[in-house]
Design a protein around this ligand. Structure first.
Ligand code: SF4
Length: 658
């Protein structure tokens, strides 16, 4: 029997992003880059546990576990015959609309809907969901739209009932009441993409009385959604009910709602990557662009305004019909110098566009500017990289949800004579331990006392050390906190706190150096280390010569804490240097190549997506010691390459100046 094509809450959410997406969703012949994102994000942040924790705050509910639509509807309707009942995953259907409500509480003719989201919420904020113009804040709109859709379905299905809508969110200011709360939620892997949460023991009175989730009524915000108008293509604006009806009909009939090309296409998940193309998967994005613009396959490969780094006027140019990079003029970018030395953002954007338009493949380097910067750098040079995460349910008593957790670092040293050492690393893989202070003690032992410039890549390391500083300030029980705070102040600059400082060894952000003084057209619009390293290796003869020898690790000239046999960072394929990250072992042996690729190379997953997910697996998933050791070993190698990559980028830059 074919499954009915209902408009569900996730499909409604997708249609709110772009109604055309409804046509491509759940079709196995179309590529979908976000298929695993939600799963990975939930795993990394502890979102699965939040769903289970929410149920614990509504004791005595009935859990509808079946995934079968008809059976779940039967079970829900049977339970709703009672006057007073709480249902988890309640199924409600009306016409072509179908929802599974996270928590539904019935009391007489009152239905209270609770949608659980692992999103941080601050009770101290006045009007947290509303902008100064009286509209829903864009960062909250997907969540409010989701709950509004469910409220709408409930009202249609039970017109005699009074329905109220709530979000159940993670209370930013709550403090975890006990040490073992997060350990009570055991994640059990049912399949590669399915996880179940098992409670190992009941919550204590203390845990129930000091919840870390909060219930927020959003009826007023739902009204704003019900009364609002939204675009549904061809300059057509529609009210909420009409939109729901249109989406439901089009999805049910498997018909596409045609939408104009817009900036949102830049983040559309229905595009193909190399692996998808090898598998013969179709690109929804290409279909939309061909339909709307009449472009040929060749034209679809051309760079567009969506590829310009950090460019704010993309939408304006698209509306103007100037979508190809070749359509952009200098006036559009208006490259303007800034006070700081090196390229400004607009100058860098124009450099990218100009090189692309002239088919110029040569690198650009500001030798004078770079030389000026390098004169300030002192040997021995230190290169550090952190892996961090933030989880919803804290590991320890007194800690807040989504507090920053720093669980890994790597440290390379480059000496004046050119010798390189991988001198230090830290990785916490023990379950339920808040690692930040130990992490900091180990980092301090690596860096304090010595001299030399310290490099990081991006502001992430500075941000995290500031977070740990604030955590230490709030924790009077740490005996060495003054020494630790003093150390942080020597290697960072302050961020929006009461204390203001700029340390004498304030870290140098190598990414900023790249942004100001170096551009290789191979990097296109990305400046992440994963884009810069392969570009640098391909354009530097010095790096090619040096690292095509097996000099790294083992008994090679560069010491390594994790590469036990001699390793070559440079290997060639069709005369191009292979990306060194692709020479590493898979982080997850049980994952597909796509998973591993996505985790490590997708900028959208933010800093260290792979490491965060690996850490979450070690924290939350049941696994053997052997599996844990394998993940540990892979994580150590990945982080080591991050700092070695910085060393290679530095060496590449230095050689260009000779
Ligand atoms: S390519 Fe653009 S129009 Fe097509 S589905 Fe994606 S976002 Fe919508």
């Amino acid at each position: 029997m074919t499954k009915k094509r209902y408009l569900t809450k996730s499909r409604f959410k997708l249609a709110c992003e772009c109604p055309a997406k409804l046509y491509y969703t759940r079709k196995s012949d179309y590529a979908n880059q976000s298929q695993d994102d939600k799963f990975l994000k939930a795993l990394a942040e502890g979102g699965f546990q939040v769903g289970e924790l929410a149920k614990q705050y509504f004791p005595g509910g009935h859990d509808i576990k079946t995934l079968d639509d008809e059976q779940s509807l039967d079970e829900t309707n049977h339970l709703l015959a009672q006057n007073k009942v709480t249902i988890y995953e309640a199924a409600v259907q009306v016409g072509k609309l179908f929802i599974r409500a996270d928590i539904l509480v019935k009391e007489g003719n009152q239905l209270k809907l609770y949608e659980v989201k692992a999103k941080s919420f601050d009770f101290n904020e006045v009007e947290p969901f509303i902008t100064s113009k009286g509209t829903i804040d864009p960062s909250w709109k997907p969540y409010i739209s989701d709950v509004a859709f469910q409220k709408h379905v409930l009202q249609l299905a039970f017109p005699e009932c009074e329905v109220s809508a709530h979000l159940m969110l993670v209370d930013k200011n709550a403090k975890c009441p006990t040490d073992g709360l997060h350990q009570k939620f055991k994640l059990v892997k049912i399949s590669e993409k399915q996880i179940e949460v098992e409670m190992t023991s009941d919550l204590t009175r203390e845990e129930l009385d000091s919840p870390i989730l909060c219930k927020v009524n959003v009826d007023d915000e739902c009204d704003l959604i019900f009364n609002g108008l939204e675009d549904v293509g061809s300059n057509n604006q529609m009210g909420f009910e009409d939109r729901v009806a249109l989406f439901a009909k089009k999805y049910s009939d498997d018909e596409k709602i045609t939408m104009p090309i817009a900036i949102r296409c830049g983040s559309c998940e229905f595009h193909t990557n190399e692996l998808d193309e090898q598998k013969g998967l179709k690109s929804g994005k290409n279909e939309c662009w061909k339909d709307q613009l009449g472009w040929s396959d060749e034209e679809l490969k051309e760079p567009t305004v969506l590829d310009i780094w950090n460019f704010r006027k993309k939408d304006e140019l698209i509306k103007d019909g100037r979508i190809k990079m070749s359509d952009v003029t200098e006036q559009d970018i208006n490259p303007t110098p800034k006070k700081d030395p090196g390229l400004s953002s607009s100058e860098r954007q124009w450099l990218q566009v100009e090189k692309c338009q002239n088919n110029d493949k040569e690198i650009w380097i500001d030798r004078e500017g770079l030389q000026r910067e390098m004169k300030n750098w002192v040997f021995p040079m230190h290169f550090i990289d952190f892996e961090t995460t933030a989880v919803a349910i804290p590991f320890n008593k007194g800690r807040k949800p989504y507090e920053g957790i720093a669980f890994q670092f790597s440290h390379h040293v480059l000496h004046e004579d050119g010798s390189i050492e991988h001198t230090g690393q830290y990785l916490n893989s023990d379950r339920g331990v808040f690692p930040n202070f130990e992490f900091l003690r180990k980092l301090k032992a690596e860096l304090e006392g010595g001299a030399g410039t310290i490099f990081c890549y991006s502001h992430h390391e500075n941000t995290y050390l500031n977070k740990i500083y604030n955590q230490l300030q709030a924790d009077t029980e740490i005996s060495d906190r003054d020494e630790l705070c003093a150390f942080i102040q020597t290697i960072t600059h302050s961020k929006n706190g009461n204390d203001v400082w700029r340390g004498e060894r304030d870290m140098v952000d190598l990414r900023k150096i790249i942004l100001r003084y170096f551009y290789d057209p191979k990097m296109k619009g990305s400046n992440s280390i994963k884009a810069v390293l392969p570009a640098m290796l391909n354009c530097s003869q010095f790096l090619k010569d040096r690292y095509s020898n097996p000099i790294y690790g083992g008994d090679g000239e560069i010491t390594s804490l994790n590469y036990k046999t001699n390793h070559r960072w440079v290997e060639f394929e069709d005369e191009k240097v292979k990306d060194p990250y692709k020479l590493l072992p898979k982080l997850f042996e049980d994952g597909s190549d796509e998973d591993n690729n996505k985790l490590y190379f997708d900028d959208e997953l933010n800093h260290g997506g792979a490491a965060m997910t690996a850490y979450a697996r070690m924290q939350f998933l049941e696994m053997s010691d052997g599996e844990r050791d394998e993940i540990r070993a892979a994580l150590l190698k990945y982080c080591e390459l991050d700092t070695m990559a910085m060393v290679m980028i530095y060496e590449g830059l230095r050689e260009f100046l000779k």
